[in-house]
Design a protein around this ligand. Sequence first.
Ligand code: NAP
Length: 280
Amino acid sequence: MSASRQLSAATGVAAVIGHPVAHSLSPALHNAAFEAIGLDWVFVAFAVPPGHGEAAVRSVGPLGLRGMSVTMPHKDAAAAAVDRLSPVAEALGAVNCVVNTGDEIVGENTDGIGFVDALRIEHQVDPSGLRCVVVGAGGAARSVIRALAEVGAAEIAVLNRSVGPAERAAALAGARGRVGTTDDIGSADLVVNATPIGMLDRSPNDPATPIDPSTLSSGQVVADLIVHPQRTELLHLAEARGATVVPGLGMLVHQAAHAFTLWTGEPAPLDAMWKAVRNA
Ligand code: NAP
């Protein structure tokens, strides 16, 4: 936000809730976007402790917030607190974006479509018809699996250390989803890391990469949802083996772009959002 920007009683307010939330890039992204299109809105971050997510989402209506982003650990609580869920949020049981229509509070989930847009717009990769492996079965993996199935991926094999979550995540892709094995990696067109393995500040007991990089080859697309660091060890090693690599920042920007459009009704100013996130 520029130093000369004047806030007033008429300024619209949108927010992100999470815990922790201090490192969230959402304020930088959305304030840059509001400014780029000349909208008198401001975006702030609230550190909402675990157990208070539902109350925070229920405050959107009374406070007249224009929209709310929801991050860990409140995505499930947000799904329980809204008036209505979009079909994708209902399928996932998780909300990352709360829309205040004036009449009702709607829970959306833009993570999966954000991932698909990052592939398509930033890397010219069309996931339709691709054989995919998704490593992980948590909230981010589930949103990606559902979105890949929606856009016509040929198959989605889910690899996860716990079998039950893998089965439930694979079911989100219907007949094209299944629990996979590491043997699926070599023949996949698209491999997605949706675990935290490779994040900064992870335990030294964790492996450096979620899969064996020697199973990767040129012609494959390897995506990592991790944002810190922007390029994980997995992506460095995959690139060295000739794969096309897709860092997690694109998903972050494009899920925010969808939220921006849901809240404002305007196309997201992607250039301003990318500039803000790179500066942040
Ligand atoms: P989550 O719900 O906690 O799920 C984590 C998944 O990783 C689970 O499947 C878990 O397996 C697995 N896992 C965790 N630690 C592991 C380990 N040491 N070894 C093997 N598997 C392990 O987390 P999430 O919200 O899905 O987030 C996953 C990653 O995506 C994080 O790095 C997050 O920052 C990133 N993310 C990025 C974006 C973006 O916009 N780029 C958006 C959302 C999330 P179990 O089922 O066995 O526990």
